[in-house]
Design a protein around this ligand. Structure first.
Ligand SMILES: Cc1cc2nc3c(=O)[nH]c(=O)nc-3n(C[C@H](O)[C@H](O)[C@H](O)COP(=O)(O)OP(=O)(O)OC[C@H]3O[C@@H](n4cnc5c(N)ncnc54)[C@H](O)[C@@H]3O)c2cc1C
Length: 553
């Protein structure tokens, strides 16, 4: 039922700090804020907004955890029951040469940051749920199912807070009887912690020109599956990272992972660098064929795939990191780009950025400093030292390829500890890297066998994705005609392949091709917002708690 009625006004709530996103960055910031407030006997109101139906529902990671930041945040995490159950026992790096062969690299040849001694194999979703419990017990209010959809500004241009999205608008834009306007959260300080390619992070970066002095940001798409395997094949604590095949067959780069964690589980995935050139490449199908490699299938045969999902990663590193401060606000974690690509790890760095943000925010609230102090705090932290050491890692791989770039990284990391006095640049944005289809070889992927490999429909089903049906499409095209005139005609419709959830489909409408957007399938990976050749697609949060419902990804 639709109604013609006036749109009700939004209510507002005043808080000291609002945090957008209950990932490792946002939750660590929330916990640290409350810890310091407690130490200083000060009452603080801190609210965390999370778009997932519950904390962790939209969290997807490998995940190997380097516990450094967690040790600092909760030195007694073991006593508090943090879900770190599987310690790394074996660390292997494989060079996949083709669909049958792989060579194991001796560990001394592997760049130092890629070693995993002392790390844990975890479910990041579970860790976030635990962090949320700690935050709540310290007095933080967490609102799951409430995406922040708008940045609010004071008249002087500084940040006033955020507004949550409205609910109950129909697909055609009319308001339904169930309509509820968003809620405004007015905060002294706003922390943006939305993870890779945050919708508001993107806006404030533009608004305050945060990336004016940074190099081009780069991204990857990580597609992950969780398997319950035959106990006889399970080797708890075994960690395998891979490079080369299958992506090398198409002159693309990235890497694979396979981790054996508790209860006969294997977490595996493929991260495809989004600077690939061939529009026929399908990261989803690359992962499907990767599982048929003898080095991978040996663990999966007889097992069952129990979960699937995808998420982009921000991997440009220190050179691409924007300024993280703005008037009354800070950009933290992967929303800014704090992931250490040489380690393929962004959790401990996101956490540390949140903790530093909390410390600066608290001092600012006390009148003992300003948010601008954050840049100084960041520069004198181990987070900066770590990112500085790895600053050339990604650019070396992109510019020189897996072998030569790998050799450069080995020398730079293992002999010079990242101190080679040079700065490699990587200036082509990922969305400009695609070549016209006419210049590329079409790729024909094998049909899934339904045992080790599957199609997108069956995969999305395992992500438990759900969106209210009658709502405006949350994937916005700036120019609808461009989907056919540029994407289809020039690039053979790459969104059909880079989207890991089958959201984009070209259909025939009145005798002409048209783009159909199956928004209900969207797993919120944000790849379309990054890789669309014309930068024509903008991802915005859908209504309420829509999206995947990952149990422990
Ligand atoms: C396949 C894959 C494998 C990885 N493996 C590892 C690994 O082994 N080790 C490691 O350390 N790192 C790994 N990473 C990277 C790591 O997961 C990230 O660096 C880390 O999760 C970043 O934390 P974050 O808090 O910045 O963002 P996120 O973890 O992305 O959390 C952001 C949160 O904000 C919410 N949110 C977003 N927008 C809004 C909004 N507008 N309103 C409300 N809520 C919002 C999201 O739903 C989410 O819950 C991997 C990543 C991927 C994709």
């Amino acid at each position: 039922m639709t109604m013609t009625q006036e749109i009700p006004e939004r209510e507002s709530m005043d808080v000291d700090v609002v945090i957008v996103g209950a990932g490792p960055a946002g939750l660590s910031a929330a916990c640290r804020l409350m810890q310091i407030a407690g130490e200083n006997d000060r009452e603080l109101s801190v609210v965390v907004l999370e778009k997932g139906s519950e904390v962790g529902a939209h969290i997807l990671s490998g995940a190997l955890l380097e516990p450094r930041a967690l040790n600092e945040l909760f030195g007694n995490w073991e006593e508090l029951g943090a879900p770190l159950h599987t310690r790394v026992t074996q660390d292997r790096v494989l060079m996949f040469r083709n669909r049958k062969k792989a060579t194991r690299m001796p560990l001394w040849m592997v760049p130092g940051p890629m070693h995993n001694d002392g790390n844990y194999i975890i479910s990041l979703g579970e860790l976030c749920r635990w962090l949320a419990e700690q935050a709540e017990s310290l007095g933080v209010e967490i609102f799951p199912g409430f995406p922040a959809s708008e940045v609010l500004y004071h008249e002087d241009g500084s940040i006033k807070g955020v507004a949550t999205g409205e609910m109950g608008r129909g697909a055609d834009g009319t308001i339904r009887s169930s309509y509820e306007p968003g809620m405004e959260l007015h905060a002294k300080i706003t922390l943006f912690a939305e993870g890779c390619r945050g919708q508001l992070g993107k806006q404030v970066t533009r608004q305050f020109e945060l990336d004016r002095d940074s190099q081009t940001q780069h991204y990857g798409i990580g597609i992950k599956e969780l398997w319950k395997i035959d106990p006889a094949r399970h080797d708890p604590g075994l960690v395998i990272h891979g490079a080369g095949w299958p992506l090398s067959e198409h002159r693309a780069s990235g890497g694979s992972f396979l981790y054996h964690l508790g209860e006969n589980l294997v977490s595996l995935g493929l991260i495809t660098d989004l600077c690939y050139e061939n529009p026929y490449l399908s990261p989803f199908d690359e992962l499907q064929r990767f599982k048929h490699h003898p080095q991978v299938r040996q663990y999966l045969e007889g097992g069952e795939r129990i979960a699937y999902g995808a998420r982009a990663i921000t991997k440009g590193g220190l050179h691409a990191l924007p300024r993280m401060t703005m008037p009354n606000g800070l950009l933290i974690g992967c929303d800014a780009g704090t992931l250490n690509f040489s380690k393929i790890k962004g959790t401990h760095t996101a956490m540390k950025s949140g903790m530093l943000a909390a410390e600066t925010a608290f001092r600012t609230l006390q009148g003992d400093g300003t948010l601008d102090d954050f840049e100084r705090e960041f520069r004198s932290s181990w987070l900066h030292a770590e990112l500085h050491r790895s600053r050339n890692f990604g650019a070396a791989l992109h510019r020189f390829g897996t072998w030569l770039g790998g050799a450069f990284n080995f020398i730079d990391q293992n002999f010079f500890s990242g101190k080679l006095p040079l700065t490699l640049s990587d200036p082509v944005p990922d969305h400009e890297a695609l070549k016209p289809a006419a210049q590329c070889r079409p790729i024909h992927y094998p049909k899934p066998d339904g045992v080790l490999s599957f199609d997108k429909t069956a995969s999305v089903y395992l992500s438990s994705t759900n969106h209210a049906e009658d709502q405006p499409v949350h994937l916005r095209l700036a120019d609808t005609a461009q989907a056919v005139s540029v994407n289809l005609e020039r690039y053979a419709g790459p969104e059909q392949r880079y989207c890991p959830a089958g959201v984009y489909e070209f259909i025939e409408q009145d005798g002409s091709p048209a783009l159909q957007i199956n928004a209900q399938n969207c797993v919120h990976c944000k790849t379309c917002d990054i890789k669309d050749p014309g930068g024509n697609i903008t991802w915005i949060a859908p209504e309420g708690s829509g999206g995947p419902n990952y149990a422990s990804m």
